[in-house]
Design a binder for this molecule. Sequence first.
Ligand SMILES: CC(C)(COP(=O)(O)OP(=O)(O)OC[C@H]1O[C@@H](n2cnc3c(N)ncnc32)[C@H](O)[C@@H]1OP(=O)(O)O)[C@@H](O)C(=O)NCCC(=O)NCCS
Length: 226
Amino acid sequence: MIFPPRDKRRPCWYGPIVNPAERPVVEVRDLLPHELAPFIDVLARGMRDNPMHVAALGTDPEQRRRLLHRLFTGFFRAMPTQTPLVAVHGLAIVGGTGVAPPGSCQPGGAQRLRLLPTMLAVGPRRLVRINSWMSTWAKRDLEEPHVHLGPLAVDAPLQGRGIGTQILREHTRRLDASGVVGYLETDKEENVRLYERHGYEVIGEQSVLGVPNWFMRREPMEPDAA
Ligand SMILES: CC(C)(COP(=O)(O)OP(=O)(O)OC[C@H]1O[C@@H](n2cnc3c(N)ncnc32)[C@H](O)[C@@H]1OP(=O)(O)O)[C@@H](O)C(=O)NCCC(=O)NCCS
């Protein structure tokens, strides 16, 4: 496959990689440093329509995608301890997730300072909503050591073809191999079913900005029992 030239006006730039009937087998591996930009492109497209993003960022889909792109860029630059996973098909990133190792999911003072310009750029009303959302999530964060999953997305046109399942399989394989608890938040009921299939259990529910949110914990399993 030959990559088309990078053109921000194109909604997708990974080329004709998956035919509509295909359930692609992807390679799930650590993100390489030079892949941060395409990874964030995928996250921003894939998560554009999540209910929390509509509630916090507004009803204009393209504006939401742009704001998410900016927020995720600021987030991953400010959080160098992140160890994201990506799903790769051919040469293209088709999905991926942030992964925060134990003790690193809540930004410390220096990281908050690095995030500040990004947060201010979203505008005062959105900033208030995002702060309220993030502080609710932070209060519910597990106190025990855990690996925190997210943001997780599969590129928008490729959702529902088993790519997210392959990402979660690799993520939970790693959790089990290291014997660590997993944790995540989600704003979609259909995601709850998906995560339950990978061993997560709902430990709390709460409405955030008027959107139902589920908080899920996963006990590590014996590697051969998974
Ligand atoms: C959630 C997500 C990563 C799952 O990846 P995926 O490749 O679409 O999922 P798979 O094909 O492996 O598995 C399908 C399951 O995912 C869930 N799912 C969630 N959103 C979905 C979507 N937009 N399309 C299809 N399935 C979706 C369903 O539970 C489905 O299971 P079901 O058969 O019981 O209905 C992906 O759909 C996505 O990026 N969604 C938007 C962003 C998001 O919600 N991210 C998670 C935030 S916590």
